[in-house]
Write a protein that binds this ligand. Sequence first.
Ligand SMILES: [Zn+2]
Length: 183
Amino acid sequence: MESLSRERVIRLADTPHCQQKSILSISSDAYNAMIQHMTSFPDMEVCGILLGTKTAGSTQIHSYRRLRNVAHDPLHHFALDPQEWIDCCYQERELIGLFHSHPMTAAIPSSTDLQQLPAFAAMISIYAIGSLVASSNRSDNQDHPDINTTPINVYQINQSVNPSSHPLPIYNLQTAQLNIMTE
Ligand SMILES: [Zn+2]
């Protein structure tokens, strides 16, 4: 029996330095669109953008738009089609996040993802990663039994001042909680 709540709350693993976890709401349409995109292409990293709104205490994602992955090795990497990405940056006023999938590994940021983060971080505040591998392996994860329910992890992009004199800010990812709105 479904509870009266219209939200399905999914908690993700804490990061060790997590202070206060952000809560993001996503429409079930947008969530399912990401799932459908990555399950349709299990042999490559798929990518796309998240559209939504952000106000003082809440972030809402209402839709997902697919972008082309133009990486030479799309099984292990993603590279947004440059023209599509530029169009999004100019045309999509509600550009709020980036999504890509990991066909072979769990839905946690790779070292390459972290290296690439500064290329996008100024334009977005949400970083989402999906993995079909992780969702099937998570049944043995007794520490976080509720993590089984989602193959998508979402992270809030935080910006901190660079302690050195380097002019670029430092970005890091903080695990966020995702609420799927079932209408
Ligand atoms: Zn990745």
